[in-house]
Design a protein around this ligand. Structure first.
Ligand code: GTP
Ligand code: MG
Length: 336
């Protein structure tokens, strides 16, 4: 893992990548009871003691496989309260926040039930006298153990699906000061991201759209800034989007930051300035974020905007970089 990678993974979002796999209920039952059935107590001259001990240990073993496993699921899946709204939006769109909460609650319930049931039956075993009673108690525990886990079988499948979805979400750190690079196709968004991050960025698919996002970072004197290039995401009117796409894109609202709106006056992008202005209006009105206009390709166009850059002759890039750092400081101070 390279230095940049290491830093990337120290971000707050990486936990989404380390949610454990979720067993199906039949797999969990199998795993627990298989281990329990391997328990074989050594000879004891008092037969009852041996039977008692064996049945207690079987119950304790089944419990000790299943309950911590379920607790681990509860702990490792982010609670909605802890999840940043940016990610909460996606879970809500895909699964419904209430279903997500309910599934985690049910798993938590099952794990507690398994523990208390084990305690109860182990106590019963301690006072049981006849070996056949002991076996009956243990079998009864197994029966109830299985039905508890079967009871949450839908929740386990559901959480397994959530895990697969969460792992694929773009690694955007919503806590970092962020610049979202927007603008019509071909205006030079990717070129700018390349230049600023020195070609060090990652790509991920953006949920509910057919598009990808590119994320990279720049850092100076301990200030770390996130840049996001959003080709195909902020480059056309929201009215042309379907509902899911629209809501998914709108979750960018939750990211603290500024939009850099790239505008190309060179007539080489294939879009007129009027078309670009219309998108500028739309983005300004939709996101309620600070939108900074940046003219691109100043090597082949007359400079008309306050901020202008060229990836070709490097004009204005240093100034833009400074601007980015100065305003990132403001973002941190004011929390916008
Ligand atoms: N002359 C000149 N050409 C540039 C500059 N920046 C980018 N280009 C060219 O413009 C074209 C589009 O650049 P990209 O960076 O791919 O544009 P984009 O906005 O990422 O495009 P999409 O990803 O399709 O939305 C490419 O051919 C670039 O080489 C610039 O500063 N000057
Ligand atoms: Mg691009």
């Amino acid at each position: 893992m390279g230095e940049e990678d290491r830093r990337f993974h120290s971000g707050k979002v990486n936990f989404l990548r380390y949610i454990p796999t979720v067993l199906r209920s039949d797999e969990l039952i199998d795993k627990s009871l298989k281990k329990a059935s391997k328990i074989d107590e050594p000879y004891d001259k008092i037969f009852e003691n041996r039977v008692r001990k064996e049945n207690i240990d079987r119950i304790a073993t089944a419990e000790s496989v299943a309950a911590p496993y379920l607790q681990r699921i509860v702990k490792r899946f982010p609670t909605i309260e802890k999840l940043h709204p940016f990610y909460e939006d996606f879970i809500d769109l895909k699964f419904g926040v209430d279903n997500y909460k309910k599934a985690l609650n049910n798993v938590n319930w099952a794990s507690q039930m398994i523990v208390s049931l084990a305690t109860e039956n182990i106590n019963a075993l301690k006072s049981a006298r006849k070996p056949f009673q002991m076996v009956t108690i243990r079998k009864r525990y197994y029966g109830r153990f299985c039905s508890i886990i079967e009871h949450i079988s839908k929740d386990l499948v559901f959480l397994g699906n959530c895990r697969d979805f969460l792992r694929k979400l773009p690694e955007i750190d919503p806590m970092l000061p962020t610049y979202i690079i927007a603008g019509m196709p071909n205006v030079g968004k990717s070129s700018l991201l390349n230049t600023l991050t020195r070609n060090n960025f990652k790509t991920a698919s953006y949920p509910f759209t057919t598009q990808s996002v590119y994320t990279g970072f720049i850092e100076e004197e301990g200030v770390r800034i996130q840049l996001i290039d959003t080709p195909g995401i902020l480059d056309r009117p929201m009215s042309e989007r379907n509902e899911l796409e629209r809501r998914s894109i709108l979750s960018l609202k939750d990211i603290r930051g500024v939009i850099l709106f790239l505008i190309d006056h060179s007539d080489t992008s294939g879009y007129t300035v009027e078309q670009q202005e219309a998108l500028f209006e739309e983005i300004t009105n939709t996101f309620h974020k600070k939108v900074v206009r940046v003219q691109t390709k100043t090597d082949i166009s007359k400079r008309v905007e306050e901020i202008g850059i060229s990836n070709v002759n490097k004009d204005g890039l240093e100034e833009l970089r400074n601007f980015i750092f100065i305003h990132a400081g403001e973002m941190v101070d004011t929390g916008y």
